[in-house]
Structures are given as C-alpha cells and as structure tokens.
Write a protein that binds this ligand. Structure first.
Ligand SMILES: *Cc1c(COP(=O)(O)O)cnc(C)c1O
Length: 361
C-alpha cells in the first residue's frame, strides 16, 4: 500500500478545545466543523470535540450526519438554508439557522413548520459578505420577533480583520450600537477574535482553525498559544537519487544542484493535497520545510502530481522507507503554508480523499 497517511488526534482536539475555554472562560463554544472538520473528518472531529456546546456546519447533510451519529448539541447552519424544504428538515432536527438575507427572512415567515426555529440573525459589520446592513438589521429583528416560526434569536456578526493590525474596533462598535437595547445572546468571535480580542468573546464563541491546532495569525503562533496540531500528514521516501552540481531535478528543472546532492523522492504530490507551488513562491527558493527520519530539511524543485523531492544530503541515514512528515508535529502546517503563499486552513481542507485517515486517541 502507498505509505501516505493522515493521523487525526482526538487528544489534540480535546486539548485545543480546552485552550479555547481557557481564553474565553465565560462563553459557550460553537465548534466550527465545516469543510469536513477542516479536512479532519466531520464525525472524527465531533467525537474529539464532543464537550463543545455546539457545532457549526454549512450543509444540512452535515447536520444530519451529526444527529445520526448521536450528537445532541446545538447545531448552527452558518449560511442558513438554501430553500424552503430545508427549513422543515432543519426545524425537525432542532437546528439553529442563520438568517442573513431578506429572502431567507421571507422564507421563514411563510414556512409551515412542525416546531419553531432557533435563529441566528446576522449583521454585516463591514466584511460585506453575508448579513443585513445595520440600517436594515432592526427591521429584520422586529419581523423575526413577530414571526411565529421563531423560537429564539441570537445576534451575530463576523469580523474581516480580527487577524491583522486593523483589528475589530470599528465593526465591533457598529455591532454594539446597532444592537443596543436588545437583550439577546450574541455570537461574534472566530479564532483570531478569541485569541486577540477578549472584549468580543460574548455569549458564544465560534472557533475553527485553532481547534485544529493551526494559527489564524501567523506561522509560529499556534505553538505560542499552546495549541496542538490535530493532523499529522506523513509518507515515506520511495526513491533516492544522487545528483552532481549543475544537474537539475523535476519538471521544468526548477532546482539546480549547487553541490553533490542526495535527493529523496517522497510519495506525496499535489493530487494528495500538497500545494504544487510549495517552496517556489516569489521571493523564496529554499523550498518548504519537511522532516525525514525525524530531521528537518526542505523540499526541492516542483511538486509532481504524486511525488515531491526533498534534500537528504545532510541526513545520510535516510533511505528508501524512511518516514516523512509533510506537516504535523515537527513541521507546523502554517510553515508549509507560509512557504506556499497561503494559510494553514487551505492546506488542511485540501488533503485529498485518496489519502487514508487514521484516528488515534
Ligand atoms: C469559518 C467560520 C468561523 C471559524 O473561523 P476560524 O478563523 O477558523 O476560527 C467562524 N464564524 C464563521 C461565520 C465562519 O464562517
């Protein structure tokens, strides 16, 4: 069998949940498990995070899978429903739906439901993605209040700049002003807000990336915050080549040896979800970090569909069969992301279905 594997640690998920609790001790935790639990497997992740007060997903199918697996917590549909039929299913499953637009509001008003719905009313606080503009927010709120299909309302928004120097001051104040006097539960904080902006923790926090042990704010931050990587992505060396100075490696000759170089061929490529441009983004030529037989080295040349190259010159004991960590404990996913001009989120979500996944306690 091809030696590639992801290993998901339930212990790391539990630990990271406790870190969220440490940062936001007075908030209930809505664990964001969209995108197949950020690539870790929805149900795996739900087991690791079963102490969370709720789960947030996108699709009604994910909510059904969680209910089928026995999870009784609050489940939030982050984009609400996409048609009237889904409202009935959502109401029967006792889900919490986001209402972010006028058509969704009207759909709820005209629905015939068995049970009234739990609703998260979303305000657009400047990200200009989903949500009612502040001017329209109170009117939407009043209509929900008058709607017999509504059981209860939570107020929410999502910040565009919690992870950078802009911060959340302006959107936070806008939300406070707009919702002044409404004595309702509030949900504001993604991972970056949880870590950096305690005043916006509110009643519910919505951590995603930090639960998986990666950082919303930079490539060394996860460890600084005491987070543990929940995914280890591993493979093995399946070939070794000795090249002389001046020889090239891989498609497009993107690496030229400047000394006698021992090249390791790793069974992992972009069809496994490893970024094709890792180590080759502008301004970098030193490859992406990778660990072989427990030692750190770097990738070389261009990543192929099924394989990639790494430098074994200074790891003489490495050979065919040596273990490789693509990311995980020794190599933070955020470091591979930084060498690929992207974020850990994208790499975790993009691990391909053909990579087997093992779950460990
Ligand atoms: C994805 C998402 C989150 C989680 O964000 P992280 O940066 O992964 O913590 C929270 N809230 C909403 C609305 C989201 O879409």
């Amino acid at each position: 069998m091809r030696p590639i594997l992801t290993t998901v640690s339930l212990n790391a998920l539990r630990h990271n949940l406790s870190v969220v609790h440490k940062f936001a001790p007075h908030s209930k935790i809505m664990a964001v498990v969209k995108a197949n639990g950020y690539g870790h497997g929805l149900i795996n992740v739900a087991h690791g995070l079963s102490a969370a007060d709720g789960f947030a997903v996108l699709g009604i199918n994910e909510a059904m899978d969680l209910r089928d697996a026995g999870f009784q917590q609050t489940i939030l549909l982050l984009e609400g429903v996409f048609c009237a039929q889904e409202l009935n299913v959502a109401s029967n499953l006792g889900l919490n739906v986001v209402i972010h637009s006028q058509p969704q509001l009207e759909m709820l008003e005209s629905a015939v439901l068995n049970k009234p719905m739990h609703v998260h009313l979303k305000m657009n606080s400047g990200m200009n993605r989903l949500g009612f503009q502040p001017e329209a927010f109170n009117r939407a709120y009043e209509r929900l209040l008058a709607c017999e299909n509504v059981a209860d309302i939570t107020l929410m928004t999502h910040f565009a700049t919690a992870d950078d120097e802009t911060g959340i001051e302006q959107p936070y104040n806008l939300f406070k002003t707009t919702t002044q006097g409404l004595n309702l539960p509030v949900s504001l904080a993604n991972s970056a807000t949880i870590l950096r902006h305690p005043k916006a923790h509110a009643d519910w926090v919505r951590p995603g990336i930090m639960l998986y042990g990666a950082s919303p704010v930079g490539d060394t931050a996860a460890a600084t915050y005491g987070l543990m990587p929940a995914m280890q992505f591993t493979s093995e060396i399946i070939g070794v080549q000795e090249v002389k100075a001046g020889e090239t490696v891989g498609y497009g000759n993107r690496f030229t040896a400047t000394r006698s170089t021992r090249i390791g061929i790793v069974a992992c490529g972009y069809a496994d979800g490893y970024p094709r441009h890792a180590g080759l983004v502008s301004g970098q030529s030193s490859g992406a970090p990778i660990a072989v037989a427990g030692q750190l080295t770097n990738t070389l040349g261009r990543v192929s569909m099924d394989m990639l190259f790494c430098d074994l010159t200074d790891i003489p004991n490495a050979n065919i069969g040596s273990p490789v960590e693509l990311w995980g404990k020794q190599v933070p996913v955020d470091a591979v992301a930084a060498a690929s001009d992207t974020v850990g989120y994208e790499l975790l979500c993009a691990v391909a279905p053909r990579v087997p996944m093992k779950v460990v306690d």
